[in-house]
Structure formats: structure tokens, C-alpha cells
Design a protein around this ligand. Structure first.
Ligand code: SF4
Ligand code: SF4
Length: 401
């Protein structure tokens, strides 16, 4: 395993971290404890020493804590988890959530502690007024947390203001080859690294949209390039290309991948061994530039499938609708329609059709990608439920009620 050093405290961190949010079963709100144990064991076996979870991932901290205790691996890994800061209304809430997290994770300290999903400087200012800055310093002094940081989903312009607002040790940003100018982007990555902070990357494959869900034409570009002779690692699959692109950046300390199968861990860990900073050639960068063009042509809604917007009180399967919509441009309209049928559970008593949306707006407030969900669901309806198709779907839904 390749390790990179946290410039703040000298920790040697595996270049590949395990994002625990996508443990099997997590979509139902209850991670499969046995699967979680198996994945963590395999990850540590392959040299991964950083595990990322959050208070808001249902059942996730408890699954990680139980697995580490069962396996006796707490001392072998760095645990990262996150404060659900929007729920912090009074100063004492900080201790309340943190104590609960220590208990769930069955540990006496958190190695990397983040304010979860900061989207604007105003959010941190509000927390500062509740004493969060002093609180973090106190926890560090008491040895209850080692490094303080934040995960970020705000605009490029606001990122430097959040960096300036506290003496952070590290930050976690969304970063991938399709989003160099999105959210913190390349400018934010370089800015944070220049301040001597560790920078962790999330969504390196955009929730799979740069891997198995990549448009067919983009996949062909990668497939044709896979046989070329290169000086660095020879990425094979679209996922390899996406991960190698992130590791190519020397400013990146570690990238998180939400691996949900042991084989995925093996494959990504093998690539992490070879994907050193500066590993990609100019020719490989040119290949990725062509893929970005194709991706942008097909990528109509920037949904990563994180599920933060769910559940919809009217039953709409929001990420499923958007995945099907994008697939209809990336592959074919029929592929998208067939996915839409599956995601909508149209043969159930309560179909999860995009047309169920009543535009209440509850979901859009929670979306880290700032998608205008009700408006974009309108586009999904127009694509999959126009005229006769819509009438047929409604009839079908009525029959199965
Ligand atoms: S806006 Fe539509 S999709 Fe979003 S929560 Fe309300 S009904 Fe559901
Ligand atoms: S719409 Fe937004 S919140 Fe919902 S799954 Fe997609 S990216 Fe996540």
C-alpha cells in the first residue's frame, strides 16, 4: 500500500481510505454487520488504515465500532467520523453527539473529526457562536479527538473563507476528473495543501458514475487507450482511470472509496500501490480530457446517489429517477426507461414515480450537489412519462394498486 503523510501531524495514511457509507445493506438503513466486518478485515489486510463514517449514516458508526472490536483492530486504523452540525442547537449538543459517537464506535477517541457537509461560511459562523471552535480545541487537549476538519460541498468562492475561519488540520472535498471546477475544485485543493493541511478526497468516482455507469462512448475511449504503453500505472477499468487521476495529484493525501465488495478492495488497493503523485503521462491526461467531453454530453443531472435527500414523503425514488435519466443519455433511452421502471417499483401498490412529486422542496434543502430536485424531476417525467408512455404507466400503476 502507498502511504502519504499528513503534513500537520506526520500520520502515515494509506492513499486509499475505506468509505463506510456504502456498506451492503446501508440503503435500508441497517448495514449488514457480517459484510461490514468482512470488508474492514479485508481492507486492513490490504494496508488500508483509514475508515470514514458519520453520525448521519444510519447504523454505520455502530457497525464500524462492533467490527473493530470483534476483529481487535481499533489500534490498526484511524477512525474518521462527523458531527451532524445542523442538529446542534445549543452548546451542550456538541458533547451529547460526540459522546454518543464514541459509544457507538466503542473507542475513547476519534482520530479525524469533521464538521459534516459545510456548504457556506455562515454555517461555521453559527457553530462558532455556539462555541464549536473552543470545543474542538478542548477535545484535542483532552485527547478525545486528534485532528479537526470539515467536509465541504459549498461553492468554489466560499471555500477559502471556510479555510480562513478556523485553524483546521484537514479538509475533505469532492474531487474527480469530471469536477475540476466544481465545489472546492482544483483551486481549493491547491489552496488547502498550500496551507499545510491534509486534503482528503471523496466522490473520486462520483458515486459510480465515472465507473460502471460511465457513458458507452467514454468507456470505448478508455478501452482503446488501455493497451497503450505507459511510464506509470496502466489503468484498465474506468474506475482505475478515475482513481489514478486523483492520486496523480501530489496535494491529495488520501482518497475515499465506498467499496462494498472484497474484490473491489483488492483491485483498488493494487492500483493504490502504483499510483504515485505524477503517475499519469501527458497522453493519459489527453485520454481523460476526451472522456470528460463525452461524460459532460451525457451527464444531465449531477446526482451522486448519496441518498441524503431520502426518504421523500411522497415515495419518489429520487436518486433512482436521476440515475435512470442519466442512463437514458449515456446508453440509450430504452436502457434508461427500463431502469426507471425498476427504480420506480412501478409494479408495487405505491409506485415511486417522478410524477408523485408535489414540489414540497424538502429534499432539495438536503442535497450536497445543490440540485433543484423538483425541477429536475419534471425533466424526468417529460423524458419517461410523456403522452402515451405516461398514460400507460399510470394505467399500469392503477392496476397494481
Ligand atoms: S419536492 Fe418532490 S421529491 Fe422532493 S421531497 Fe417533496 S415530493 Fe418528494
Ligand atoms: S439528489 Fe442530491 S441528495 Fe439526492 S441522492 Fe442525488 S446527490 Fe444525493
Amino acid at each position: 500500500m502507498q502511504y502519504r503523510v499528513n503534513p500537520r501531524n506526520g500520520d502515515r495514511i494509506s492513499a486509499l481510505g475505506l468509505g463506510c457509507m456504502r456498506f451492503p445493506g446501508a440503503a435500508l438503513g441497517r448495514p449488514d454487520a457480517r459484510a461490514a466486518r468482512g470488508l474492514i478485515a479485508r481492507a486492513v489486510e490490504r494496508g488500508i488504515n483509514y475508515l470514514d463514517t458519520a453520525y448521519l449514516y444510519p447504523g454505520n458508526e455502530a457497525a464500524v465500532g462492533a467490527a473493530l472490536e470483534d476483529l481487535g483492530l481499533r489500534g490498526s486504523v484511524l477512525i474518521a467520523t462527523k458531527m451532524p452540525h445542523a442538529s446542534v442547537k445549543r452548546p451542550e449538543d456538541l458533547d451529547r453527539y460526540f459522546d454518543e459517537q464514541l459509544e457507538r464506535l466503542r473507542t475513547d477517541h476519534i482520530d479525524y473529526y469533521l464538521m459534516h457537509n459545510i456548504t457556506s461560511p455562515a454555517q461555521w459562523e453559527r457553530l462558532q457562536e455556539l462555541g464549536a471552535g473552543e470545543w474542538l480545541a478542548r477535545q484535542k487537549a483532552a485527547g478525545r479527538l486528534r485532528q479537526a476538519g470539515f467536509s465541504y460541498h459549498g461553492s468554489a468562492g466560499d471555500f477559502a473563507r471556510v479555510l480562513d475561519a478556523y485553524d483546521w488540520d484537514f479538509c475533505q472535498i469532492q474531487y474527480n476528473y469530471a469536477g475540476e471546477r466544481y465545489q472546492a475544485g482544483t483551486a481549493g485543493l491547491e489552496e488547502a495543501a498550500a496551507r499545510g493541511m491534509a486534503v482528503f478526497v471523496m466522490e473520486p468516482l462520483l458515486g459510480g458514475r465515472l465507473a460502471d455507469k460511465l457513458p458507452d462512448r467514454a468507456r470505448r475511449i478508455f478501452a482503446e487507450a488501455a493497451g497503450a504503453r505507459t511510464a506509470g500505472p496502466a489503468p484498465v477499468s474506468p474506475a482505475d482511470w478515475g482513481l489514478a487521476w486523483v492520486w496523480d495529484h501530489p496535494e491529495v493525501t488520501m482518497l475515499l472509496s465506498g467499496m462494498s465488495a472484497p474484490e473491489q478492495i483488492d483491485q483498488n488497493a493494487a492500483l493504490a500501490d502504483r499510483a504515485l503523485p505524477g503517475c499519469l503521462t501527458d497522453g493519459q491526461h489527453a485520454v481523460i480530457a476526451r472522456v470528460v467531453d463525452e461524460f459532460n454530453r451525457a451527464n444531465r443531472v449531477s446526482c451522486t446517489g448519496c441518498n441524503y435527500c431520502m426518504p421523500c414523503p411522497h415515495g419518489v425514488n429520487i436518486p433512482g429517477c436521476f440515475a435512470a435519466y442519466n442512463a437514458s443519455f449515456a446508453h440509450s433511452w430504452f436502457t434508461g426507461l427500463s431502469q426507471y421502471f425498476t427504480a420506480s417499483a412501478v409494479r408495487t401498490s405505491f409506485p415511486k414515480l417522478a410524477s408523485n412529486c408535489v414540489r414540497c422542496g424538502a429534499c432539495a434543502r438536503k442535497c450536497p450537489q445543490h440540485i433543484d430536485i423538483p425541477a429536475r424531476l419534471g425533466g424526468v417525467c417529460r423524458r419517461f412519462q410523456p403522452g402515451p408512455v405516461g398514460a400507460a404507466l399510470k394505467l399500469w400503476a392503477r392496476r397494481h394498486r
